[in-house]
Design a protein around this ligand. Structure first.
Ligand code: HEM
Length: 476
């Protein structure tokens, strides 16, 4: 008997619609539709309409010649998507990037924590180490972040007075890297051999691994040339020396954490490659996408939203006397606005898993049987913008999660689980879930303690939004 993803009422069992086409041309056709002919959102939207189903079969990029099997069952609504979080029914081995695995040379020859399944003993050991490291670093979060954010806004202001506008992404990347490096190692990157090269090195390292999942974004390059990045893996040696510098800097300074790792039975070099991955991929990679997206959406709310946020933030900080964990809890609009940004634009939009057994998955309208070994794929923006759960799902509603709206938090999935759940050594939820939310809240608190309002121009870059700040109006 296959097990069910939900115990709710019996829905009609339906064969999963969709087809993969021929094993060579099918994936290439889907890849062209996905990247060039339709684009991501249209690709999924047209198939949902065609099959009249939010669960269907399709190929996902890259396909030939990088992934040996690009076939997936897509789950694109709020309900079926949650099968990806059920670690008793799905396996998460080597599936972080989808249907292909980058070369292990990028990670010192190790499969780092994010590539490990919950049933692998190393996952438990590493995740426990990270969770306890985050718990013991708790007191550093607010002071480190406030220092970083105050520098960030100073730099943006200086850039505006020099050049009339400021590149938010670039400045935010620098802040994110310094914060994460300092948190993990206890020292400033400028005190190590990395100096100010960290964000550049890590961005190249990320781009080389993730290239098969995107496009160059350069309009005058013909599609068939651009498509080459989906057919061959980009080599590690391009960034080998930069990676080594980063590794050595972490190895030399994160001694306390590495000692802890050794005590719990993890080899020192394996732990260190894991720390580099955690700092560079998980943390810096996530922040690189999330912070510009947050500012983009808050910017889109305009002066009236800014006034409401500034009023809330300033009055709570005045009452509490400082920016503290408890002060941040007393800001319902600020909290909601952050969750809304995470809902409308989940920073890690793709999740994959493999069925451990035959499973029944339910969408809102039907039940489907997924066979053991099949790959399940979720495009998260479709789950967190599901019109059956959220009203006006495409609209940024800053106070959506205020008051009674808090009930909707269980449908916010950015951390690879429901917002109402907690990361543990037995699941695959982001261990820094609370820290990430804290970073976003503090980014808004610092912003509206300093300024009444701001304006920004936004665009698109490979991994998300690009934001240029065009003005700040200082608080009177
Ligand atoms: C804006 C920042 C961040 C975002 C958006 C983010 C998001 C995520 C997501 C979606 C996953 C699940 C990936 C998957 O299996 O599909 C994840 C896993 C993970 N994240 Fe985060 N994360 C962020 C920051 C951080 C930070 C600051 C740390 C550590 C200090 C961290 C450490 C990890 C680790 C170790 C995993 C793997 C968990 C496991 O294998 O069980 N992340 N993160």
């Amino acid at each position: 008997m296959p097990s069910s993803s939900s115990s709710s009422s019996k829905l009609p069992l339906r064969e999963i619609p969709g087809s993969y086409g021929s094993s060579f041309f099918g994936p290439i056709k889907d890849r062209y539709d996905y990247f060039y002919n339709q684009g991501k959102d249209e690709f999924f939207k047209t198939r949902i309409q065609k099959y009249n189903s939010t669960v269907f079969r399709t190929n996902m990029p890259p396909g030939p010649f990088i992934s040996s099997d690009p076939r997936v069952v897509a789950v694109l609504d709020s309900k079926s998507f949650t099968i990806l979080f059920d670690n008793s029914k799905v396996e998460k081995k080597d599936i972080l990037d989808g249907t292909y695995m980058p070369s292990l040379s990028f990670f010192g020859g190790y499969r780092t924590c994010a590539f490990l399944d919950t049933e692998e003993p190393d996952h438990r050991a590493l995740k426990s180490l990270f969770l306890s490291f985050l718990a013991t670093s708790h007191k550093k979060f607010i002071p480190y972040l406030r220092t970083g954010l105050s520098e960030l806004y100073d730099n943006l202001e200086n850039e505006i007075s020099d050049k009339k506008s400021a590149d938010f992404n670039n400045n935010s990347d620098n802040m994110a890297f310094d914060f994460v490096f300092r948190l993990v190692t206890g020292v400033d990157p400028s005190e190590t051999k990395i100096k100010s090269k960290g964000p550049g090195t890590v961005t190249t390292w990320l781009a080389l691994q993730l290239a098969p999942l995107g496009t160059s974004g350069i309009k005058f390059i013909p599609n068939f040339i651009d498509d080459i990045i989906h057919t061959v893996r980009l080599p590690f040696f391009v960034i080998k020396s930069g990676y080594k510098k980063l590794y050595n800097a972490v190895y030399d300074s994160a001694t306390t954490l590495l000692d802890e790792a050794e005590k719990s039975g993890i080899k020192r070099d394996e732990a260190c490659h894991n720390l580099v991955f955690l700092a560079a991929f998980n943390a810096f990679g996530g922040m690189k996408v999330l912070f510009p997206s947050l500012i983009k959406w808050i910017g889109s709310g305009g002066e009236s939203l800014h006034r409401r946020l500034a009023e809330e933030i300033r009055s709570v900080v005045k009452e509490e006397g400082d920016v503290t964990f408890s002060a941040l809890e007393k800001m319902p609009l600020t909290k909601s606005a952050v969750y809304e940004a995470l809902r409308i634009d989940p920073p890690v939009p793709f999740q994959y898993a493999t069925a451990r057994e035959d499973i029944i998955v339910e969408s809102h309208d039907a039940a489907f049987q997924i066979k053991k070994g099949e790959t399940i794929f979720g495009y998260q923006p479709f789950a967190t913008k599901d019109p059956k759960v959220f009203q006006n799902p495409e609209e940024f509603v800053a106070d959506r999660f205020v008051g009674d709206g808090e009930k909707l938090l269980k449908y916010v999935y950015w951390s690879n689980a429901r917002e109402t759940e907690s990361p543990s050594a037995d699941n695959k939820q982001c261990p820094a879930k609370d820290l990430v939310v804290l970073c976003c809240r503090l980014m808004l608190v610092e912003l509206f303690l300093r300024y009444d309002t701001f304006t920004a121009k936004t665009g698109q870059v490979a991994l998300g939004a690009s934001v240029t700040i065009t003005s700040f109006t200082k608080a009177a």
